[in-house]
Write a protein of this length. Structure first.
Ligand code: GLC
Length: 751
């Protein structure tokens, strides 16, 4: 009996793939065997829905919604992203599954960055909680909401380390530190994907932007990245590795070049590192037209060349450009792209769709209706927002305020109104408006008539009689809440700024209000570290409130009136001046460090006009208690090569109220074969300390925590002295020293 051709082909394929001959051809093998080259390429082509007004891209030959429906019917689309509503998803999926030749389901993706219908604090704000489990919970809630609306793939978490506050996308990540960033990256992947990708509420996570997008020169978005392989491996890659170790099955390539080779056409990055060293088995999706941008980068003469370079480097799915549909079939036909490489990419994509259960239930999440409001998630949003608030300064314990008996003036462009509360990358907010500061305060006050509200200025321009009205309000109040900072449009993609201080109109407002002599509490709204100057810098109290999302007003009121104590800690250093950036605490000492005993010493690594210290350090944040670090004790003065060192901190709350303290562990290798940072975060622990109580916190260190990339480019650990601090931030704290015994080891552990 002659076996049908298809089964014969499948058996041959299995033999080639080394599968046991008796194994029945998998669904994917069977599909691959039946797919035309065009259908294979179609599984590697992702588009925004034209019907939603997305940029109709002439190359996609989908200048119209009907054209896109035809492309889906022809199997030339693997998924749609962002602007497609439930009806649109249902229609598109029905065409893909019932009208295309092979019925391969579409994968619907979206930028679900910090919430969906319920908007959580922006990722940088969540990082200020120093609680990765909180970020896991909000990512899970976002996934539940988004999958209920038919999206099964999020283009998140953004895990780019950001050390230059001029860069607008700082807002989307977890800040400047590798240790903190890696933990938030993994937590967000776990949150989005959940325990099992086959579950209806599982969302495929996509750590992005691979790699080193945050290292753009000058903090200018999309700009050149030129860094050493050591910096790439020690700073920018670890959060991606952590995200993949947490199970992420897609990665998004970055727009930028890395030292001359654009990430989307970088075989070393996408091949040797991602697949070779890390064994990544998922797929790579390009960022939006990143393949087509190789022409602008000047490494591809035309779209066909850009297609070839991108695909052969390891970029599996092309987002939005349509280049793969246009040119991959020819490249395969001409032998410039081996069919086996095409099959590998398609297999990876189909395998993920299968893991998501799309083949078994393609209409899942698309039938019926999805809730537009999730009350239980609003409570989580309020909790997350409270925990994101960082109290930088609180002179004379001005905060918390009494709920009554005080006349309060709420002044500033962010005092009232539903604007600038969500922050950038909020594409799907629900119909219930976010809670403004004024609304939250009125709800919290015993007598809301004790609150007066006036804008005083616009976000970046004065308003008529604004200063006059603001000063009058301040004079008639006992305390001023000054709601100033950045508008949503000042942070996010393509929003780099040369000057990270306040817009002049708002600075003028702050100075005018300060001139009344009334105590001022600054409520900063921001998506990045900012340079605070003049009356803002000198205010009695300063709280960093970022973009806090749906429950902004209630969360701020909870903290202002003491229902919740501030517990956030800075995930980014606040420099004194814009000119200091890029600024990060884990900098190298240089050959001329400024002596602590002589901060004005000349011929040292410092500016003439500003000391090279932060205004507020990475990790800094106050509560309503007062923590005294009493002692640090080491279990060993000499740590055996295979030993574990315990570092125990003893601290006391000498303040009047309980507080959550984030005890931080920093390490320095003062002498090594390459220069090492002056400090590096190696641990943190949140403890709740009652007034008058003394607590102990113990950290464990072993040699794997002390490694670095050696001069020979390998993972290295060297014996010798190490300094360790237990501290409330990246400056200060209690210091101790231990000795790591043993031989120098290279190539320690797997990369
Ligand atoms: C954007 C961003 C990326 C986003 C993608 C899809 O340009 O760089 O973060 O996920 O396009 O919207």
């Amino acid at each position: 009996m002659r076996l049908p051709t298809l089964v014969l082909q499948a058996l041959v394929l299995q033999a080639l793939a080394g599968l046991p001959a008796h194994a029945a051809p998998s669904r994917i093998d069977d599909l691959l065997a039946r797919m035309t080259v065009e259908e294979k390429v179609g599984q590697l082509s992702l588009f925004a829905p034209v019907a939603a007004g997305a940029l109709a891209n002439p190359v996609t030959r989908q200048p119209s919604a009907e054209g896109q429906r035809d492309a889906i019917r022809a199997g030339r689309v693997t998924g749609l992203f962002n602007g497609v509503g439930r009806e649109g998803k249902r229609e598109a999926q029905t065409i893909a599954v019932k009208q295309s030749r092979l019925g391969i389901p579409l994968l619907f993706g979206a930028d679900v960055i910090h919430g969906f219908r319920t908007v959580f604090p922006v990722p940088l704000a969540e990082a200020a909680s120093w609680d990765p489990s909180l970020a896991e919970r909000t990512a899970r809630a976002a996934a539940i909401e988004a999958t209920a609306d038919g999206f099964r793939w999020t283009f998140a978490p953004m895990v780019d380390i950001a050390r230059d506050a001029r860069w607008g996308r700082t807002v989307e990540g977890a800040g400047e530190d590798v240790f903190l960033g890696a933990r938030f990256a993994a937590a967000r992947v776990r949150g989005f994907q959940g325990p099992d990708l086959a579950r209806a509420d599982a969302m495929l996570a996509t750590p992005k932007h691979f790699a080193a997008y945050g290292a753009a020169s000058g903090g200018l978005d999309y700009n050149t990245v030129d860094i050493s392989e050591r910096t790439l491996r020690e700073v920018y890659l670890p959060p991606f590795r952590a995200a993949l170790d947490a199970g992420a099955l897609s990665v998004m390539s970055a727009f930028n070049e890395i030292s001359g080779v654009p990430a989307n056409a970088n075989p070393w990055l996408l091949g040797s590192v991602l697949r070779g060293e890390w064994g990544f088995g998922g797929f790579v999706v390009s960022d939006y037209t990143a393949d087509e941008e190789l022409i602008a980068h000047g490494v591809a003469a035309d779209a066909r060349e850009a297609t070839r370079l991108s695909f052969l480097a390891g970029s599996d799915i092309s987002m939005q450009s349509g280049l793969y549909n246009e040119h991959l079939p020819d490249l395969v036909a001409d032998g410039e792209v081996p069919m086996a490489r095409l099959d590998d990419a398609v297999r990876r994509v189909l395998a993920v769709k299968e893991k998501l259960g799309l083949f078994d239930d393609p209409m899942r999440g698309l039938d019926g209706t999805a809730p537009a409001d999730w009350p239980e998630h609003r409570a989580l949003a309020r909790e997350a927002a409270r925990r994101a608030i960082v109290l930088l300064r609180n002179e004379g314990d001005l905060l918390p305020l009494p709920r009554q008996g005080r006349r309060i003036a709420l002044i500033g462009p962010f005092a009232e109104g539903p604007h600038d509360l969500h922050g950038p990358w909020t594409l799907f907010p629900g119909p219930r408006p976010p809670v403004s500061l004024a609304e939250g305060l009125r709800a919290a006050l015993a007598d809301s008539s004790s609150l007066t509200v006036t804008a005083g200025s616009g976000v970046d321009r004065p308003v008529r009689n604004g200063l006059r009205d603001a000063m009058a309000a301040a004079r008639n109040a006992d305390v001023v809440l000054l709601a100033i900072g950045e508008g949503e449009a000042m942070s996010g993609e393509a929003r780099s700024r040369t000057d990270i201080s306040l817009p002049a109109a708002q600075q003028a407002l702050a100075e005018a209000v300060a001139s009344t002599g009334k105590p001022v509490i600054v409520l900063l709204r921001n998506g990045r570290a900012m340079a605070l100057t003049g009356a803002v810098r000198e205010a009695r109290a300063i709280a960093v409130t970022w973009f806090l999302g749906s429950e902004t007003g209630h969360a701020v009121a909870d903290v202002l009136f003491g229902d919740a104590a501030p517990s956030g800690r800075l995930p980014v250093s606040f420099p004194q001046a814009s000119g200091q950036v890029p600024f990060h605490y884990d900098h190298k000492p240089t050959g001329r460090p400024v002596p602590e005993s002589a901060p004005d010493a000349f011929y040292k690594a410092r500016y003439l006009d500003v000391s090279h210290e932060p205004l507020y350090a990475f990790g800094h944040g106050l509560g309503y208690g007062r923590i005294r670090y009493d002692a640090v004790a080491l279990s060993h003065q000499r740590l055996p090569w295979n030993g574990v060192l315990e570092v125990t901190a003893t601290l006391t709350n000498t303040g009047p109220r309980a507080m959550d303290e984030v005890v931080q562990l920093y390490v320095r290798d003062p002498v090594a074969s390459v220069t090492r940072p002056v400090r590096q975060l190696k641990g943190f622990e949140r403890v709740h300390v009652l007034p008058g109580a003394t607590v102990q916190v113990t950290f464990r260190l072993q040699r794997a925590d002390l490694g670095f990339i050696g001069a020979d480019g390998t993972d290295t650990v060297e014996p010798g002295a190490f300094d360790v601090w237990v501290a409330p931030s990246a400056t200060g704290g209690l210091k101790a020293r231990f000795l790591l015994e043993g031989p120098t080891l290279h190539n320690v552990g797997k990369r």
